[in-house]
Design a binder for this molecule. Structure first.
Ligand SMILES: Cc1cc2nc3c(=O)[nH]c(=O)nc-3n(C[C@H](O)[C@H](O)[C@H](O)COP(=O)(O)OP(=O)(O)OC[C@H]3O[C@@H](n4cnc5c(N)ncnc54)[C@H](O)[C@@H]3O)c2cc1C
Length: 335
């Protein structure tokens, strides 16, 4: 009799144990949805028991450049910490929030509570030397920074770009990307006659209440068409062939429109060109001050993710393309 009881107890314990084991080891992939900046983000989350093993994006319509670190770095952090209580990627807040919401939705549908794990140190942090030597260091990765870096590289220089944000592109990325170019090929196609460099110069000065530096505005006006052709022919930016935009204060429809009507087309293509030329881009790298020696600027002191001090020496030049519109705010902070 005693033996039988022991047998029953043993069987119950074994079943309980086996069930518990299989529950905690159970693999499942569950879909979740969250709202990003440009609609829903749909993900498939693979769990093993109460741990996230992988997250795949099934459907999304976010900015390609800005969402890249969300679907890579943020994903790695969520998986490493087994938690959705993580910081958003700066500059990509709405996409990050939508992505996190999608993962949370999948967790809820999976009917689990994520196991707490000790935060692992990030494996994605790049190795960067304390001192780096280049001929030219470009600060900022907007349109200006990419153009400067590509030109310097094609002139045979060793070039690097440093960018304070986690992604490249700056305002250029989120802009409409429309580019004023008097006498452009679409004007010809649409039969728009009479536009000229002189007219563009006049409109630009007037639009800026004549506060613009005439020498600089002349450079802008004289080189606008050549720059647009460079973007079209060398960088392979696609502009619409049958439409132009007329900015306020401009006497003619003279702004070329990139496909997609945003700067994403410009930045994606400039980034691809920089990659093909092997120009290193250090993101999360904020220029903090310029190094001066014998009256010359010889480099930049920067900080990686606000904590590691990194020096970039520049034999020939430091080029500041930090945007900031009329105020040149971030340049003022540097010099
Ligand atoms: C919503 C919007 C729409 C627009 N639409 C148009 C348009 O259709 N046509 C047009 O001609 N203009 C437009 N503009 C203006 C245009 O986007 C900017 O004039 C242009 O992009 C500036 O380019 P940039 O390379 O000088 O600067 P940005 O593209 O702003 O790049 C500067 C980069 O420098 C980085 N940076 C700053 N400080 C530091 C530092 N200390 N260390 C490292 N990196 C740093 C920034 O993070 C940024 O990535 C628009 C702007 C906005 C905001």
């Amino acid at each position: 009799m005693k033996k039988r009881w022991w047998g029953i107890i043993f069987t119950i314990v074994s079943i309980f144990f086996l069930t518990a084991c299989s529950a905690s080891d159970k693999s499942q992939t569950v879909n979740g949805t969250g709202t990003g900046k440009h609609g829903n983000i749909k993900v498939a989350v693979t769990f093993k028991g109460d741990s996230i093993k992988d997250i795949k994006v099934l459907k999304q319509n976010e900015n390609k450049v800005l969402s890249k670190p969300v679907y890579s770095q943020l994903k790695d952090t969520i998986v490493a910490k087994n938690s959705t209580g993580v910081d958003v990627v700066s500059g990509s807040t709405a996409t990050s929030k939508g992505y996190i919401a999608a993962v949370n939705d999948a967790v809820k549908k999976a009917g689990i509570s994520l196991k707490k794990v000790k935060a692992k140190t990030s494996t994605t942090e790049p190795k960067i030397a304390k001192t780096n030597n280049y001929d030219v260091v470009v600060v900022g990765s907007g349109g200006g920074g990419f153009a400067a870096a590509i030109e310097a590289k094609q002139a045979g220089k060793k070039v690097a770009i440093i960018e304070k944000m986690p992604t490249v592109g700056g305002n250029t990325l989120i802009s409409g990307g429309e580019m004023n170019a008097p006498g452009n090929w679409v004007q010809k196609r649409l039969g728009i006659k009479g536009d000229s460099v002189a007219s563009y110069y006049k409109d630009t000065m007037k639009g800026g209440d004549n506060l613009g530096d005439p020498a600089m505005v002349h450079i802008l006006a004289n080189n606008a068409l050549g720059s647009a052709k460079w973007l079209r022919d060398d960088i392979h930016v696609k502009f619409l062939n049958d439409q132009l935009f007329q900015f306020g204060g401009h006497s003619y429809k003279r702004a070329l429109i990139p496909v997609g009507h945003t700067g994403q087309e410009l930045v994606t293509k400039l980034n691809a060109k920089a990659k093909s030329l092997n120009i290193p881009i250090y993101v999360n790298m904020r220029a903090k001050s310029l190094i001066k020696k014998d009256g010359r600027i010889t480099g930049v002191k920067a900080q990686y993710q606000g904590k590691r001090n990194i020096t970039f020496k520049a034999k020939n030049a430091v080029i500041l393309t930090t945007g900031g519109f009329g105020s040149n705010g971030s340049v003022k902070n540097l010099v």
